[in-house]
Design a binder for this molecule. Sequence first.
Ligand code: MG
Length: 183
Amino acid sequence: MQPHDQILLILDIDETLLYAADRPLDRRPDCQIGPYAVYLRPYLTDFLNQVSQHYRIAVWSSSSPEYVDAVVDTIFPKWIELKFSWSRERCINRYDPELHEQYYIKDLKKVRRQGYHLERVLIVDDTPRKVERNYGNAIYVTPWFGDQNDHELQLLTKYLLQIRDQANLRRIEKRNWKSRSQL
Ligand SMILES: [Mg+2]
């Protein structure tokens, strides 16, 4: 991969692109995946259509492989060729002694081993802890639980189109990304 190559954009699924509810909300879901009533985040289709023209797209979720496959089949347009769709099998299991709980980490070392330069990789997630080893590559979105007035993906589209020509994405301060992509 060369510095001028398209950036690899790794997308989380749950609460980032959609909300998979155990119990349906007070409106009809957009689709059903396994036992879940699935609601798509506003502007999802437009986001995928626009961003995939400028970025290589991949998916990485800490859910099960079956769930990830089903989501990819259901919500991604067929013409978007995903570079990979990874599940929790590629995550690292960590234990937080303070909170007494297990959690998953997405370590971009595994992406680098596929031949990608991390200067040209972005990972979008609603849970900062899952990308704690690679915060320099991360764009954090607000977790989404069904609010129909949410504009996050519209803002994110605009932001990603703004920064797509940057050579080293780790050098960009991304924590304030929303203020830089006002509609
Ligand atoms: Mg998530």
